[in-house]
Design a binder for this molecule. Structure first.
Ligand SMILES: Nc1ncnc2c1ncn2[C@@H]1O[C@H](COP(=O)(O)OP(=O)(O)OP(=O)(O)O)[C@@H](O)[C@H]1O
Ligand SMILES: [Mg+2]
Length: 451
C-alpha cells in the first residue's frame, strides 16, 4: 500500500510465489519477510543469488530476530528494517536503494560503452538490447540456475547457450545439444535418459542417455516446447531431484548437470493450451533470456555483416585457399542500406546466408545491391537509396525522384495498373498521376485507358 504510488508492486505470500513473480518481471527492489509459510526468506535470498537477480533486498524482521537479519545481510541482503517500523522511514530506504541500484547499473552501462564491448563469445552486437544480453549472459553463466532462451528462429539462441556454458565453471565439462523437435517421439526418452538392454524391441544393448553423458557439463535442450507430455514428466523429476531412471531400469541414477533450454514457441501460450506442463515451465524458465528479432536492433546489422565478411574471408584464406583471395570484400553503400532496411524474417541466420550469397555473386571487390538475394534487394531499396544519399553518392533531387517513382510503381502494381484506383489510393487526381508518370518516365500499361 505504502509503495503503490511509487511504482508497480507485486505481492507474494511465499517463496515459490515470489520466484514466479520474479520470473515474469525483474524487480528493482525486494522487501522480504524472513518468516513465511514453507521455505524461509533466507532461502529466497539464496535463490535470488543463484538466478543472478541483483535487485537490492530489504529484510523485514521482528526485533527479537535481529541476529537473523544479520545472517541475511551476510547472504547479500542490502539492508534490514525491524518491526514495527516507521512507514516513512521504510519508504525512504526503498527510494535510496533503488536510486543506488540505478546508479550502479548506469555506471556498468557506461563502462561497457567506454570499453565499446561489442562481442561475447562468438556473438557480436552493439545495440543496447544485445549489450544488455551480454551482461546478463555473463552474470547467468556464473550461477547454476536453469536458463530458458527464447527468440525467433535464427536470433542466436544456440550461441547464447554455448556462451553460458563457456563462461561457466562447467566449461571444462561437456556441452551437449539435443534437438527435442528433431528426434522422433518414441526415441526421445531413451535418447535423453538412456535404456537398459532389452527395455524395448530393438534395444539390443544398454545405452547411456545424453543427460548421463553430460555429467558435470551443460545440456542444451533445443526446441523444448516439442517434448511429449510423458517425457516432460520425467524431465521435471530429473530437474527437481537430479535423478532419473534409464528406460527399463528400476534403479535411479543421479547426475550433476546444468540445463539450458531454448524454444521459439510461446511457452506461456503452450502452458495455457495445456500442451506444456506448468510445473515444468517454472522449473525451466528460472532465468529467462529473450533475444529480440534482428529487425528490432538494426544497429547490429552493419557490424554483423562485417563480422561475417571477415569470418568467411578468414576461413577461406586459411588452410591452402586458392591464390588471389586478397583482402576481404566490402559492401557498397546501396547494399549496406538494403541490408539495414530489410525485415529479416529469418534473423541473423538469414543475414549470414545473404552475405554468403552476395560473396558468391560478386565479381569485383565490392558486393553491390544486385549481388544480394532478390528479397533483400527489393524491400531494402528505400533504405539503400537513403544510405547512398547519406554517403553523398546521390543528390537530394535524384533521391527524391527515385523515391517517388518507387512509390508510384508500387501503387500501380498494387492496383494492376489501373490509374483511377491508383490515384485514389495516393489521394491525388488522375491528371496529376499521369503528369508524374510522364515526368518520371513510367509507362502506362495497356488495358488501363478504359477505366
Ligand atoms: N549475435 C550474433 N553474432 C554473430 N553470429 C550470430 C549472432 N546471432 C546469431 N548468429 C549466427 O546466426 C546463426 C543462427 O544462430 P543460432 O543457431 O544460435 O540461432 P537459433 O536462435 O538457435 O535459431 P533456430 O531457432 O532456428 O534454431 C548461427 O550461424 C549463428 O552463428
Ligand atoms: Mg537453434
Amino acid at each position: 500500500m505504502l509503495l503503490k504510488s511509487d511504482g508497480d508492486v507485486a505481492i507474494a505470500g511465499n517463496v515459490d510465489a515470489a520466484l514466479r513473480e520474479i520470473a515474469v518481471a525483474t524487480p528493482d527492489v525486494v522487501l522480504l519477510d524472513l518468516v513465511m509459510p514453507g521455505r524461509s526468506g533466507l532461502e529466497l535470498l539464496e535463490e535470488l543469488g543463484q538466478r543472478g537477480v541483483r535487485a537490492p533486498v530489504i529484510v523485514l524482521t521482528a526485533t527479537n530476530t535481529v541476529s537473523a537479519a544479520v545472517q541475511a545481510m551476510k547472504h547479500g541482503a542490502a539492508d534490514f528494517v525491524t518491526k514495527p517500523f516507521e512507514l516513512e522511514a521504510l519508504r525512504i530506504k526503498v527510494r535510496n536503494l533503488i536510486e543506488k541500484h540505478d546508479l550502479e547499473r548506469e555506471v556498468e552501462r557506461l563502462r561497457d560503452e567506454v570499453e565499446e564491448r561489442q562481442q561475447l563469445g562468438r556473438m557480436v552486437g552493439r545495440s543496447a538490447a544485445m549489450r544488455e544480453i551480454f551482461r546478463a549472459v555473463e552474470r547467468i553463466a556464473r550461477a547454476e540456475a536453469t536458463v530458458l532462451v527464447t527468440g525467433e528462429s535464427g536470433t542466436g539462441k544456440e550461441l547464447v547457450a554455448r556462451a553460458i556454458h563457456d563462461l561457466s565453471p562447467r566449461s571444462a565439462g561437456p556441452f551437449i545439444a539435443v534437438n527435442c523437435g528433431a528426434i522422433p517421439s518414441d526415441l526421445i526418452e531413451s535418447e535423453l535418459f538412456g535404456h537398459e538392454k532389452g527395455a524395448f524391441t530393438g534395444a539390443t544393448d544398454r545405452r547411456i542417455g545424453r543427460i548421463e553423458s553430460v555429467n558435470k557439463g551443460t545440456l542444451f535442450l533445443d526446441e523444448i516446447g516439442e517434448l511429449e507430455p510423458a517425457v516432460q514428466v520425467k524431465l521435471l523429476r530429473a530437474l527437481q531431484e537430479r535423478t532419473f531412471e534409464r528406460v527399463g531400469s528400476s534403479s535411479s541414477t543421479s547426475v550433476d548437470v546444468r540445463i539450458v533450454a531454448a524454444t521459439n514457441r510461446d511457452l506461456v501460450a503452450e502452458v495455457a493450451a495445456g500442451r506444456f506442463r506448468e510445473d515444468l515451465y517454472y522449473r525451466v524458465a528460472v532465468v529467462p533470456v529473450k533475444l529480440p528479432p534482428l529487425r528490432d536492433r538494426r544497429e547490429d546489422i552493419r557490424l554483423l555483416a562485417q563480422t561475417f565478411l571477415a569470418r568467411i574471408h578468414a576461413s577461406r584464406s586459411g588452410g591452402g585457399a586458392p591464390a588471389g583471395t586478397g583482402a576481404p570484400k566490402k559492401l557498397s553503400a546501396a547494399a549496406l542500406g538494403a541490408l539495414e532496411g530489410y525485415r529479416w524474417p529469418g534473423n541473423v541466420r538469414e543475414l549470414e546466408n545473404a552475405i554468403e550469397y552476395g560473396l558468391a555473386f560478386c565479381d569485383g571487390d565490392t558486393i553491390e545491391l544486385k549481388d544480394l538475394p532478390i528479397s533483400v534487394g527489393r524491400s531494402g531499396q528505400a533504405e539503400a537509396l537513403r544510405e547512398q544519399w547519406r554517403q553523398g553518392e546521390r543528390s537530394f533531387d535524384e533521391t527524391v525522384h527515385r523515391f517517388e517513382s518507387e512509390i508510384l510503381r508500387e501503387a500501380l502494381e498494387r492496383n494492376q495498373g489501373n490509374q483511377t484506383r491508383t490515384a485514389n489510393d495516393l489521394g491525388i487526381t488522375r491528371r496529376v498521376l499521369k503528369l508524374k508518370m510522364d515526368k518520371l518516365g513510367i509507362e502506362s500499361r495497356g488495358g488501363d485507358e478504359a477505366d
